[in-house]
Design a protein around this ligand. Sequence first.
Ligand code: MV4
Length: 450
Amino acid sequence: MFKKVLIANRGEVALRVMRACKELGVKTVAVYSTEDENTYPVQYADEKVCIGPAQAAKSYLVMSNIIEAARITGAEAIHPGYGFLAENADFARACVDNDIVFIGPSAECIERMGDKSSARETMKACGVPTVPGSDGCIDTVEEARQFAERVGYPVLIKATAGGGGKGMREVHDPAELESHYKAARAEAGAAFGNDEVYLEKLVLRPRHVEVQVLADDFGNNVALCERDCSVQRRHQKLIEEAPSPALTDELRRAMGVAAIKAVRAVDYRNAGTIEFLLDTTGKFYFMEMNTRVQVEHPVSEQITGTDIIKEQLRIASGEPMSCASRAPFTPFGHAMEFRINAEDPEHGFRPCPGTITRFEPPAGPGVRVEAYVHSGSKISPYYDSMVAKLIVSGQDREECLARGRRALDEFVIEGIQTTLPFHRRVLDNEVFCAGEATTDFIETQMGDVL
Ligand code: MV4
């Protein structure tokens, strides 16, 4: 195991990784911007190095400063968390070039999965189901039209450099194909510096179901069941749960087998997620692979009894994962995660930075809170607005829902607006409670509260 690890992140995930390090007897190095100097993860670390001013582009995204911080503190490995440099292949390569272990997959895997069209081709070639789509990217409107006419409308135009919905356009009417095609390319070019797009048949009212995987250097490849992340707003997840209420045991097994096939096809190592779309008839299709640990990893930990961050550290240090003998996993009970953001749900979820005057998290059976804030914390306008995650678990979905209601009622955050009241209302919604939410849930079911 490593002796010292640098955490190239901030907020709750930095603290989450440091806690795992502490349990493994690994020393921690925090890197931080001047804005974050007084935050909990920076105080929690054994050592700290300031890497720049508030703007992420001048601190958390400056690879050379982070590599230098690892060098001067003697950290052998860097955990990138999620966001920032977590899926940056150049950063993974820079670590390796400086004899630092990147706690994540290889730069090659990050690159192969980062290009969505080629990821799709790779998956198709190894027998993972994909949505009917174009062979590679589509360079002209005429080609796009031919494809749409062959598979039938509606179709979805996607940016190959995309993910998270940017550069994506639905086309329901042939008359709109040309304008949407041009708009998607322009948006992708502006956002990613790569305007290539590909087409897929549009899956209507899908669910977002993703499989958590772990892979080590000893040939162990395991699926830690799935998460259902259908409750999203503008591609920002708000609630995740495991297992998915939409899966049968048979479907779960098939999705796990497909996910492991995907992992083997690219010789993937460390933690990753295979995202699938699940259609209303129970068919699933590969969407994207996330080559990092995700915000919602705790729900998988709760229902599988694993510590995904510790497994990442073991795998990266060349040890076998500790949970391989327990595969194939069957979900134990149920877990849900509610993202508590410093946002005002009544005004379009606009960010509300400020000072938290009172922070009283819930506790008791089946309650886990991942937060980096306390009474008196200042929420910076420079970063993501997530201030805490509430994870509740129970022996079944009903108990989980009841615990969610109880814990949200106990949770007090004063001084700023948060998504707490929004979550409480979701737990009174019949469609959500019935386990029937699809990706249009917020627009179609929660419209009246927004
Ligand atoms: C789709 C789709 C329907 N059909 N692909 C959203 C972001 C990117 N990861 C891919 N996404 C989608 N791809 C086909 N062929 C619908 C979405 C989608 C979506 C997926 C998961 C969760 C929320 C979503 C919201 C809008 C669209």
